[in-house]
Design a protein around this ligand. Structure first.
Ligand SMILES: Cc1cc2nc3c(=O)[nH]c(=O)nc-3n(C[C@H](O)[C@H](O)[C@H](O)COP(=O)(O)OP(=O)(O)OC[C@H]3O[C@@H](n4cnc5c(N)ncnc54)[C@H](O)[C@@H]3O)c2cc1C
Length: 484
Protein backbone atom coordinates (compact mmCIF):
# COMPACT_ATOMS: atom_id res chain seq x y z
CA UNK A 1 0.00 0.00 0.00
CA UNK A 2 1.54 3.37 -1.01
CA UNK A 3 0.91 6.16 1.43
CA UNK A 4 1.18 9.79 0.37
CA UNK A 5 3.27 11.92 2.75
CA UNK A 6 2.70 15.64 3.46
CA UNK A 7 3.53 18.08 6.27
CA UNK A 8 0.02 18.89 7.47
CA UNK A 9 -3.36 17.24 6.85
CA UNK A 10 -6.39 19.43 7.52
CA UNK A 11 -9.83 17.85 7.85
CA UNK A 12 -12.73 20.17 7.02
CA UNK A 13 -12.73 23.16 4.67
CA UNK A 14 -15.00 25.42 6.73
CA UNK A 15 -13.94 28.67 8.38
CA UNK A 16 -11.39 26.94 10.65
CA UNK A 17 -9.98 24.51 8.07
CA UNK A 18 -9.60 27.12 5.31
CA UNK A 19 -7.80 29.55 7.59
CA UNK A 20 -5.60 26.74 8.99
CA UNK A 21 -4.64 25.64 5.46
CA UNK A 22 -3.91 29.21 4.35
CA UNK A 23 -1.63 29.90 7.32
CA UNK A 24 0.18 26.54 7.16
CA UNK A 25 0.86 27.14 3.44
CA UNK A 26 2.02 30.71 4.18
CA UNK A 27 4.62 29.09 6.46
CA UNK A 28 5.74 26.90 3.54
CA UNK A 29 4.10 23.63 4.64
CA UNK A 30 2.81 21.08 2.12
CA UNK A 31 -0.85 20.73 3.00
CA UNK A 32 -3.69 18.37 2.12
CA UNK A 33 -7.12 19.88 2.84
CA UNK A 34 -9.95 17.31 2.84
CA UNK A 35 -13.66 18.07 2.92
CA UNK A 36 -16.70 15.91 2.26
CA UNK A 37 -18.63 18.75 0.57
CA UNK A 38 -18.25 19.47 -3.14
CA UNK A 39 -17.47 23.14 -2.43
CA UNK A 40 -15.32 24.77 0.25
CA UNK A 41 -16.85 26.98 2.95
CA UNK A 42 -18.34 24.58 5.52
CA UNK A 43 -21.50 25.80 7.21
CA UNK A 44 -20.99 29.54 7.51
CA UNK A 45 -19.46 30.15 4.07
CA UNK A 46 -21.74 27.58 2.42
CA UNK A 47 -21.87 28.27 -1.31
CA UNK A 48 -25.24 28.29 -3.07
CA UNK A 49 -25.75 25.58 -5.66
CA UNK A 50 -26.71 27.52 -8.83
CA UNK A 51 -29.53 25.16 -9.94
CA UNK A 52 -33.01 26.04 -8.70
CA UNK A 53 -31.76 28.85 -6.48
CA UNK A 54 -34.89 30.90 -5.77
CA UNK A 55 -34.11 32.87 -2.59
CA UNK A 56 -32.56 36.25 -2.14
CA UNK A 57 -28.84 35.85 -1.32
CA UNK A 58 -28.04 36.39 2.35
CA UNK A 59 -24.29 36.77 1.90
CA UNK A 60 -22.99 40.18 2.97
CA UNK A 61 -20.30 42.03 1.01
CA UNK A 62 -17.94 41.61 3.98
CA UNK A 63 -18.39 37.82 4.02
CA UNK A 64 -18.06 37.61 0.25
CA UNK A 65 -14.71 39.40 0.54
CA UNK A 66 -13.57 37.25 3.49
CA UNK A 67 -14.40 34.08 1.61
CA UNK A 68 -12.47 35.23 -1.46
CA UNK A 69 -9.45 35.91 0.81
CA UNK A 70 -9.74 32.42 2.35
CA UNK A 71 -9.80 30.86 -1.12
CA UNK A 72 -6.77 32.93 -2.17
CA UNK A 73 -4.96 31.51 0.87
CA UNK A 74 -5.33 27.95 -0.42
CA UNK A 75 -4.73 28.85 -4.07
CA UNK A 76 -1.08 27.75 -4.03
CA UNK A 77 0.70 24.61 -5.26
CA UNK A 78 1.48 23.88 -1.60
CA UNK A 79 -2.18 23.11 -0.85
CA UNK A 80 -3.93 20.11 -2.37
CA UNK A 81 -7.64 20.56 -1.78
CA UNK A 82 -9.69 17.33 -1.95
CA UNK A 83 -13.44 18.14 -2.19
CA UNK A 84 -16.11 15.45 -1.96
CA UNK A 85 -13.75 13.34 0.14
CA UNK A 86 -14.61 11.80 3.49
CA UNK A 87 -12.08 11.11 6.20
CA UNK A 88 -13.36 7.80 7.52
CA UNK A 89 -10.45 6.69 9.70
CA UNK A 90 -7.54 8.06 11.63
CA UNK A 91 -5.46 4.99 12.11
CA UNK A 92 -2.90 6.70 14.34
CA UNK A 93 -2.27 10.40 14.82
CA UNK A 94 -0.26 10.51 11.58
CA UNK A 95 -2.26 8.43 9.09
CA UNK A 96 -5.78 9.15 7.88
CA UNK A 97 -8.01 7.03 5.66
CA UNK A 98 -9.99 9.01 3.09
CA UNK A 99 -12.53 8.00 0.45
CA UNK A 100 -13.54 10.12 -2.55
CA UNK A 101 -16.56 8.21 -3.82
CA UNK A 102 -14.44 5.94 -6.05
CA UNK A 103 -11.56 4.75 -3.94
CA UNK A 104 -10.07 4.91 -0.48
CA UNK A 105 -6.45 5.78 0.23
CA UNK A 106 -4.16 6.85 3.09
CA UNK A 107 -2.21 10.02 3.78
CA UNK A 108 0.49 10.36 6.39
CA UNK A 109 1.57 13.71 7.80
CA UNK A 110 3.65 15.17 10.60
CA UNK A 111 0.64 17.06 12.00
CA UNK A 112 -3.13 16.87 11.66
CA UNK A 113 -5.68 19.65 12.13
CA UNK A 114 -9.21 18.39 12.76
CA UNK A 115 -11.68 21.18 11.95
CA UNK A 116 -14.76 19.07 11.36
CA UNK A 117 -17.33 21.58 12.65
CA UNK A 118 -20.50 20.93 14.58
CA UNK A 119 -24.04 19.71 14.20
CA UNK A 120 -27.40 20.81 15.54
CA UNK A 121 -28.20 19.60 19.00
CA UNK A 122 -31.74 18.24 19.10
CA UNK A 123 -33.79 17.34 22.15
CA UNK A 124 -36.60 14.94 21.39
CA UNK A 125 -40.16 16.03 22.08
CA UNK A 126 -43.53 14.65 20.94
CA UNK A 127 -43.74 15.14 17.17
CA UNK A 128 -40.10 16.15 16.57
CA UNK A 129 -39.68 13.62 13.75
CA UNK A 130 -42.68 14.91 11.74
CA UNK A 131 -41.86 16.19 8.24
CA UNK A 132 -41.78 19.97 8.59
CA UNK A 133 -39.79 20.00 11.83
CA UNK A 134 -36.27 21.05 10.87
CA UNK A 135 -33.23 22.33 12.75
CA UNK A 136 -31.92 25.91 12.79
CA UNK A 137 -28.78 24.81 10.95
CA UNK A 138 -30.95 22.90 8.47
CA UNK A 139 -33.05 26.01 7.81
CA UNK A 140 -29.89 28.05 7.20
CA UNK A 141 -28.59 25.41 4.80
CA UNK A 142 -31.90 25.23 2.91
CA UNK A 143 -31.85 28.97 2.36
CA UNK A 144 -28.12 29.55 1.87
CA UNK A 145 -27.17 26.35 0.08
CA UNK A 146 -30.23 25.47 -1.95
CA UNK A 147 -32.19 28.70 -2.18
CA UNK A 148 -35.27 26.98 -0.79
CA UNK A 149 -37.52 28.83 1.65
CA UNK A 150 -39.21 26.57 4.25
CA UNK A 151 -43.03 26.42 4.01
CA UNK A 152 -44.80 29.21 5.91
CA UNK A 153 -46.00 29.90 8.53
CA UNK A 154 -42.88 29.00 10.49
CA UNK A 155 -42.42 28.77 14.27
CA UNK A 156 -38.80 29.22 15.32
CA UNK A 157 -38.24 27.70 18.76
CA UNK A 158 -35.48 26.61 21.10
CA UNK A 159 -32.56 28.36 22.67
CA UNK A 160 -29.40 30.19 21.68
CA UNK A 161 -28.03 32.73 19.23
CA UNK A 162 -28.40 30.59 16.08
CA UNK A 163 -32.16 30.75 16.64
CA UNK A 164 -32.09 34.53 16.15
CA UNK A 165 -29.93 34.17 13.05
CA UNK A 166 -32.32 31.59 11.59
CA UNK A 167 -35.43 33.66 12.42
CA UNK A 168 -33.99 36.90 11.00
CA UNK A 169 -32.85 35.15 7.82
CA UNK A 170 -36.30 33.62 7.30
CA UNK A 171 -37.81 37.11 7.55
CA UNK A 172 -35.14 38.49 5.21
CA UNK A 173 -36.09 36.03 2.46
CA UNK A 174 -39.77 36.87 2.88
CA UNK A 175 -41.01 33.88 4.88
CA UNK A 176 -43.87 34.45 7.34
CA UNK A 177 -42.63 33.70 10.86
CA UNK A 178 -45.57 33.10 13.20
CA UNK A 179 -43.52 33.31 16.42
CA UNK A 180 -40.03 33.14 17.84
CA UNK A 181 -40.03 31.04 21.02
CA UNK A 182 -36.87 31.37 23.16
CA UNK A 183 -36.47 29.30 26.33
CA UNK A 184 -34.14 31.64 28.20
CA UNK A 185 -35.63 34.60 29.96
CA UNK A 186 -32.82 36.52 31.59
CA UNK A 187 -32.59 39.78 29.61
CA UNK A 188 -30.82 41.44 32.56
CA UNK A 189 -27.86 39.14 31.87
CA UNK A 190 -27.06 41.38 28.88
CA UNK A 191 -26.31 44.18 31.35
CA UNK A 192 -24.68 41.89 33.92
CA UNK A 193 -22.27 40.46 31.37
CA UNK A 194 -21.82 43.61 29.29
CA UNK A 195 -18.09 43.72 30.16
CA UNK A 196 -17.67 40.37 28.38
CA UNK A 197 -20.12 41.01 25.55
CA UNK A 198 -18.30 44.19 24.58
CA UNK A 199 -15.46 42.00 23.24
CA UNK A 200 -17.72 40.66 20.49
CA UNK A 201 -16.56 43.12 17.79
CA UNK A 202 -18.49 42.54 14.57
CA UNK A 203 -20.63 39.88 16.30
CA UNK A 204 -22.34 42.67 18.24
CA UNK A 205 -23.25 44.56 15.07
CA UNK A 206 -24.71 41.38 13.59
CA UNK A 207 -26.75 40.62 16.73
CA UNK A 208 -28.23 44.14 16.63
CA UNK A 209 -29.01 43.75 12.91
CA UNK A 210 -30.89 40.49 13.53
CA UNK A 211 -32.83 41.91 16.48
CA UNK A 212 -33.81 44.96 14.41
CA UNK A 213 -35.12 42.74 11.59
CA UNK A 214 -37.28 40.80 14.06
CA UNK A 215 -38.46 43.93 15.88
CA UNK A 216 -39.42 45.71 12.64
CA UNK A 217 -41.38 42.73 11.36
CA UNK A 218 -43.42 42.70 14.63
CA UNK A 219 -43.10 38.94 15.06
CA UNK A 220 -44.37 37.72 18.45
CA UNK A 221 -41.28 36.98 20.55
CA UNK A 222 -42.10 34.60 23.41
CA UNK A 223 -39.30 34.63 25.98
CA UNK A 224 -39.29 31.92 28.68
CA UNK A 225 -41.42 29.61 26.52
CA UNK A 226 -40.86 26.33 24.74
CA UNK A 227 -42.62 24.07 22.23
CA UNK A 228 -44.06 21.10 24.10
CA UNK A 229 -45.42 19.15 21.10
CA UNK A 230 -45.69 19.25 17.33
CA UNK A 231 -48.81 17.96 15.54
CA UNK A 232 -49.83 16.85 12.07
CA UNK A 233 -50.92 13.70 10.25
CA UNK A 234 -48.65 13.52 7.18
CA UNK A 235 -46.61 16.58 8.10
CA UNK A 236 -46.57 19.43 10.59
CA UNK A 237 -49.72 21.52 10.99
CA UNK A 238 -49.38 23.09 14.46
CA UNK A 239 -47.25 23.31 17.58
CA UNK A 240 -48.16 23.80 21.24
CA UNK A 241 -46.11 26.29 23.23
CA UNK A 242 -46.09 26.66 27.01
CA UNK A 243 -44.34 28.91 29.52
CA UNK A 244 -41.39 27.54 31.48
CA UNK A 245 -41.73 27.96 35.21
CA UNK A 246 -39.08 28.44 37.91
CA UNK A 247 -38.13 24.77 38.33
CA UNK A 248 -37.50 24.46 34.58
CA UNK A 249 -40.72 22.49 33.92
CA UNK A 250 -43.40 23.46 31.39
CA UNK A 251 -46.71 24.93 32.60
CA UNK A 252 -48.98 22.84 30.41
CA UNK A 253 -52.18 24.42 31.74
CA UNK A 254 -51.17 27.63 29.96
CA UNK A 255 -50.27 25.98 26.65
CA UNK A 256 -51.48 27.57 23.41
CA UNK A 257 -51.55 26.28 19.86
CA UNK A 258 -49.88 28.01 16.91
CA UNK A 259 -50.55 26.98 13.32
CA UNK A 260 -47.31 26.17 11.50
CA UNK A 261 -46.20 24.31 8.40
CA UNK A 262 -42.57 24.41 9.50
CA UNK A 263 -41.01 24.40 12.93
CA UNK A 264 -37.37 25.44 13.07
CA UNK A 265 -35.93 23.99 16.25
CA UNK A 266 -32.57 25.19 17.51
CA UNK A 267 -31.12 24.00 20.79
CA UNK A 268 -27.57 25.07 20.04
CA UNK A 269 -24.80 23.09 18.41
CA UNK A 270 -22.60 20.24 19.53
CA UNK A 271 -19.07 19.49 18.23
CA UNK A 272 -18.70 16.66 15.68
CA UNK A 273 -16.52 14.30 17.67
CA UNK A 274 -16.33 11.10 15.66
CA UNK A 275 -12.75 11.75 14.46
CA UNK A 276 -11.39 13.01 17.83
CA UNK A 277 -13.00 9.97 19.45
CA UNK A 278 -11.29 7.57 17.04
CA UNK A 279 -8.03 8.93 18.43
CA UNK A 280 -9.27 9.02 22.02
CA UNK A 281 -8.58 12.76 22.41
CA UNK A 282 -9.31 14.01 25.92
CA UNK A 283 -12.69 15.67 26.35
CA UNK A 284 -14.33 17.84 28.95
CA UNK A 285 -18.02 18.43 29.55
CA UNK A 286 -19.20 22.01 28.90
CA UNK A 287 -22.99 22.04 29.31
CA UNK A 288 -23.29 25.67 28.12
CA UNK A 289 -21.12 24.92 25.08
CA UNK A 290 -22.74 21.97 23.35
CA UNK A 291 -21.73 19.25 25.85
CA UNK A 292 -18.53 17.30 25.22
CA UNK A 293 -15.65 19.57 24.11
CA UNK A 294 -12.11 18.66 23.10
CA UNK A 295 -9.39 19.83 25.47
CA UNK A 296 -6.79 21.90 23.62
CA UNK A 297 -3.88 24.06 24.75
CA UNK A 298 -3.02 27.59 23.61
CA UNK A 299 -1.61 26.15 20.37
CA UNK A 300 -4.92 24.35 19.72
CA UNK A 301 -3.07 21.07 20.21
CA UNK A 302 -5.14 18.27 21.73
CA UNK A 303 -4.06 15.69 24.30
CA UNK A 304 -2.40 13.75 21.45
CA UNK A 305 0.92 15.22 20.34
CA UNK A 306 0.71 16.61 16.78
CA UNK A 307 -3.11 16.54 16.59
CA UNK A 308 -4.67 20.02 16.57
CA UNK A 309 -8.42 20.65 16.83
CA UNK A 310 -9.91 24.01 15.82
CA UNK A 311 -13.26 25.70 15.34
CA UNK A 312 -16.69 24.46 16.33
CA UNK A 313 -15.40 20.87 16.13
CA UNK A 314 -13.40 21.54 19.26
CA UNK A 315 -15.76 23.81 21.18
CA UNK A 316 -18.73 25.81 19.91
CA UNK A 317 -17.75 29.44 19.41
CA UNK A 318 -19.11 30.68 16.07
CA UNK A 319 -17.44 31.74 12.88
CA UNK A 320 -15.14 34.49 14.19
CA UNK A 321 -13.59 32.20 16.80
CA UNK A 322 -13.34 29.39 14.24
CA UNK A 323 -11.37 31.63 11.86
CA UNK A 324 -8.95 32.65 14.60
CA UNK A 325 -8.54 29.12 15.97
CA UNK A 326 -7.92 27.83 12.45
CA UNK A 327 -5.11 30.34 11.95
CA UNK A 328 -3.52 29.47 15.31
CA UNK A 329 -3.77 25.73 14.60
CA UNK A 330 -2.42 26.12 11.04
CA UNK A 331 0.69 28.01 12.15
CA UNK A 332 1.37 25.66 15.07
CA UNK A 333 0.80 22.54 12.97
CA UNK A 334 3.39 23.80 10.45
CA UNK A 335 5.82 24.51 13.31
CA UNK A 336 5.13 21.01 14.62
CA UNK A 337 5.99 19.66 11.17
CA UNK A 338 9.43 21.25 11.54
CA UNK A 339 8.91 24.51 9.64
CA UNK A 340 10.36 27.61 11.29
CA UNK A 341 8.10 30.63 11.82
CA UNK A 342 9.31 33.94 10.41
CA UNK A 343 9.06 37.09 12.49
CA UNK A 344 5.92 38.18 10.64
CA UNK A 345 4.25 34.79 11.26
CA UNK A 346 5.15 35.06 14.96
CA UNK A 347 3.54 38.49 14.97
CA UNK A 348 0.38 37.12 13.29
CA UNK A 349 0.24 34.41 15.92
CA UNK A 350 0.51 36.93 18.76
CA UNK A 351 -2.33 38.97 17.22
CA UNK A 352 -4.48 35.86 16.80
CA UNK A 353 -3.88 34.76 20.38
CA UNK A 354 -5.06 38.11 21.68
CA UNK A 355 -8.13 38.02 19.37
CA UNK A 356 -8.80 34.50 20.68
CA UNK A 357 -8.81 35.72 24.29
CA UNK A 358 -11.22 38.56 23.41
CA UNK A 359 -13.61 36.30 21.51
CA UNK A 360 -13.58 33.72 24.32
CA UNK A 361 -14.72 36.45 26.72
CA UNK A 362 -17.53 37.37 24.33
CA UNK A 363 -18.55 33.71 24.02
CA UNK A 364 -18.71 33.30 27.76
CA UNK A 365 -20.91 36.44 28.06
CA UNK A 366 -23.22 35.21 25.29
CA UNK A 367 -23.56 31.81 26.92
CA UNK A 368 -24.77 33.48 30.09
CA UNK A 369 -27.35 35.55 28.21
CA UNK A 370 -28.90 32.38 26.79
CA UNK A 371 -28.45 30.27 29.95
CA UNK A 372 -31.56 28.41 31.15
CA UNK A 373 -32.52 25.64 33.54
CA UNK A 374 -35.15 24.03 31.30
CA UNK A 375 -35.92 20.38 31.94
CA UNK A 376 -36.31 19.33 28.31
CA UNK A 377 -36.84 15.72 29.42
CA UNK A 378 -40.11 16.85 31.02
CA UNK A 379 -41.44 16.73 27.44
CA UNK A 380 -40.91 13.02 26.84
CA UNK A 381 -43.83 10.61 26.58
CA UNK A 382 -43.52 6.81 26.17
CA UNK A 383 -44.17 7.23 22.41
CA UNK A 384 -41.50 9.89 21.86
CA UNK A 385 -38.82 8.65 19.48
CA UNK A 386 -35.27 8.98 20.80
CA UNK A 387 -33.37 7.20 17.99
CA UNK A 388 -35.03 7.95 14.67
CA UNK A 389 -32.82 5.59 12.62
CA UNK A 390 -33.82 2.55 14.66
CA UNK A 391 -37.24 3.79 15.89
CA UNK A 392 -36.35 3.46 19.58
CA UNK A 393 -38.89 5.19 21.80
CA UNK A 394 -38.57 6.56 25.32
CA UNK A 395 -41.04 3.87 26.44
CA UNK A 396 -38.77 1.11 25.07
CA UNK A 397 -35.76 2.53 26.93
CA UNK A 398 -37.81 2.78 30.09
CA UNK A 399 -38.79 -0.90 29.86
CA UNK A 400 -35.06 -1.75 29.67
CA UNK A 401 -34.48 0.25 32.83
CA UNK A 402 -37.04 -1.91 34.61
CA UNK A 403 -34.93 -4.92 33.60
CA UNK A 404 -31.82 -3.30 35.09
CA UNK A 405 -30.32 -2.15 31.78
CA UNK A 406 -29.32 1.43 32.50
CA UNK A 407 -26.00 2.38 30.90
CA UNK A 408 -25.71 3.67 27.31
CA UNK A 409 -23.74 0.51 26.40
CA UNK A 410 -26.42 -1.81 27.79
CA UNK A 411 -29.21 0.17 26.14
CA UNK A 412 -27.44 0.13 22.79
CA UNK A 413 -27.05 -3.65 22.94
CA UNK A 414 -30.67 -4.16 24.02
CA UNK A 415 -32.45 -1.76 21.66
CA UNK A 416 -30.06 -0.97 18.72
CA UNK A 417 -30.13 2.71 19.71
CA UNK A 418 -27.25 4.46 17.93
CA UNK A 419 -26.71 1.59 15.49
CA UNK A 420 -28.47 3.09 12.48
CA UNK A 421 -27.18 5.06 9.52
CA UNK A 422 -26.22 8.12 11.56
CA UNK A 423 -24.11 5.84 13.77
CA UNK A 424 -25.42 7.56 16.88
CA UNK A 425 -24.38 11.06 15.81
CA UNK A 426 -27.90 12.33 16.52
CA UNK A 427 -29.07 10.19 19.42
CA UNK A 428 -26.07 9.15 21.51
CA UNK A 429 -25.73 12.63 23.03
CA UNK A 430 -29.42 12.51 23.99
CA UNK A 431 -29.02 9.00 25.35
CA UNK A 432 -26.05 10.07 27.50
CA UNK A 433 -28.02 13.06 28.81
CA UNK A 434 -31.06 10.87 29.51
CA UNK A 435 -29.16 8.15 31.36
CA UNK A 436 -27.28 10.68 33.48
CA UNK A 437 -30.54 12.59 34.12
CA UNK A 438 -32.20 9.35 35.23
CA UNK A 439 -29.20 8.03 37.18
CA UNK A 440 -28.33 8.53 40.85
CA UNK A 441 -25.41 10.86 40.16
CA UNK A 442 -25.90 13.13 37.11
CA UNK A 443 -22.27 14.33 37.32
CA UNK A 444 -20.87 10.80 37.03
CA UNK A 445 -18.94 10.24 33.80
CA UNK A 446 -20.63 7.64 31.63
CA UNK A 447 -19.09 4.87 29.63
CA UNK A 448 -20.21 5.50 26.05
CA UNK A 449 -20.13 3.12 23.07
CA UNK A 450 -16.71 3.32 21.42
CA UNK A 451 -16.48 5.11 18.06
CA UNK A 452 -15.18 2.81 15.35
CA UNK A 453 -14.24 3.40 11.73
CA UNK A 454 -15.80 4.27 9.38
CA UNK A 455 -16.36 7.59 11.12
CA UNK A 456 -18.88 8.48 8.40
CA UNK A 457 -20.68 6.13 6.00
CA UNK A 458 -18.61 5.23 2.91
CA UNK A 459 -19.14 2.77 0.06
CA UNK A 460 -17.83 -0.76 0.31
CA UNK A 461 -16.59 -0.35 -3.29
CA UNK A 462 -14.31 2.49 -2.12
CA UNK A 463 -12.59 0.09 0.25
CA UNK A 464 -12.44 -2.94 -2.02
CA UNK A 465 -9.17 -2.20 -3.77
CA UNK A 466 -7.41 -0.94 -0.65
CA UNK A 467 -5.02 -3.17 1.17
CA UNK A 468 -6.04 -2.61 4.77
CA UNK A 469 -3.56 -2.78 7.63
CA UNK A 470 -4.03 -5.87 9.82
CA UNK A 471 -6.64 -5.36 12.54
CA UNK A 472 -5.21 -4.44 15.93
CA UNK A 473 -8.14 -4.73 18.26
CA UNK A 474 -7.76 -3.72 21.90
CA UNK A 475 -8.51 -6.33 24.59
CA UNK A 476 -11.68 -4.44 25.44
CA UNK A 477 -13.12 -2.96 22.20
CA UNK A 478 -15.23 -0.50 24.19
CA UNK A 479 -12.18 1.33 25.52
CA UNK A 480 -10.43 4.07 23.48
CA UNK A 481 -7.28 2.96 21.68
CA UNK A 482 -4.13 3.11 23.76
CA UNK A 483 -1.84 6.02 22.88
CA UNK A 484 1.90 5.35 22.62
C1 LIG B 1 -25.99 22.93 9.95
C2 LIG B 1 -25.31 24.18 10.46
C3 LIG B 1 -25.56 25.42 9.87
C4 LIG B 1 -24.94 26.57 10.36
N1 LIG B 1 -25.25 27.76 9.78
C5 LIG B 1 -24.72 28.90 10.30
C6 LIG B 1 -25.06 30.17 9.76
O1 LIG B 1 -25.78 30.26 8.78
N2 LIG B 1 -24.57 31.28 10.38
C7 LIG B 1 -23.73 31.21 11.47
O2 LIG B 1 -23.32 32.23 12.02
N3 LIG B 1 -23.37 30.01 11.96
C8 LIG B 1 -23.84 28.87 11.41
N4 LIG B 1 -23.50 27.66 11.94
C9 LIG B 1 -22.45 27.65 12.94
C10 LIG B 1 -21.17 27.42 12.11
O3 LIG B 1 -20.98 26.04 12.03
C11 LIG B 1 -19.87 27.94 12.62
O4 LIG B 1 -19.88 29.08 13.31
C12 LIG B 1 -18.72 27.90 11.60
O5 LIG B 1 -19.11 27.48 10.33
C13 LIG B 1 -17.74 26.92 12.17
O6 LIG B 1 -16.67 26.74 11.28
P1 LIG B 1 -15.85 25.38 11.32
O7 LIG B 1 -14.78 25.50 10.30
O8 LIG B 1 -15.47 25.04 12.70
O9 LIG B 1 -16.89 24.24 10.88
P2 LIG B 1 -17.72 24.06 9.54
O10 LIG B 1 -17.97 25.34 8.86
O11 LIG B 1 -18.88 23.23 9.91
O12 LIG B 1 -16.76 23.19 8.61
C14 LIG B 1 -16.45 21.84 8.89
C15 LIG B 1 -16.28 21.10 7.59
O13 LIG B 1 -15.71 19.81 7.85
C16 LIG B 1 -16.37 18.86 7.04
N5 LIG B 1 -16.19 17.54 7.65
C17 LIG B 1 -16.63 17.11 8.86
N6 LIG B 1 -16.26 15.83 9.08
C18 LIG B 1 -15.60 15.44 7.97
C19 LIG B 1 -14.99 14.20 7.58
N7 LIG B 1 -15.01 13.13 8.37
N8 LIG B 1 -14.40 14.13 6.36
C20 LIG B 1 -14.38 15.22 5.53
N9 LIG B 1 -14.94 16.42 5.86
C21 LIG B 1 -15.54 16.52 7.06
C22 LIG B 1 -17.81 19.36 7.05
O14 LIG B 1 -18.59 18.80 6.02
C23 LIG B 1 -17.60 20.86 6.89
O15 LIG B 1 -17.51 21.22 5.53
C24 LIG B 1 -24.08 26.49 11.46
C25 LIG B 1 -23.81 25.26 12.04
C26 LIG B 1 -24.42 24.10 11.56
C27 LIG B 1 -24.13 22.78 12.21
Amino acid sequence: MTIEEVDVTIIGAGAAGLSAAGEAARMGARVVLVDDNQHPGGQYFRQPSPQNYKCKSLVSEKDRHRFVQLLKGIDTPLVRYCPGTTVWDIHDQFTIGLADGERSRRIRSAAIVISAGARDHVYPFPGWTLPGVITAGGSQNLIKGMGIAPAAPVVVAGNGPLLLVAAANLVSVGVEVAAVVEASNRPWNIVRHAAKLIHGGSNLGLAIKYLKILYKSKIPFLRGYGVIAAYGSECLSAVDVAPIIRNGKFERSQARRITAKTMVTGMGLTPSLELPRLLGLKETSMPLRGGPNIITNEKMMSSVFGVFVAGDGSSIGGVELSLVEGRIAGINAAIHAGIGASESMQLSLTRDLSAHRRLCKFRSGLERVFMNNVDWYDLLTPETIICRCEDVTWGKLHKCKEKGLITPLQLKAATRIGMGRCQGRNCLGTLAALTSHEGDDPTKEQEMPRTRPPARPILLSELLHEQLPPPELPDDPHLPRQQD
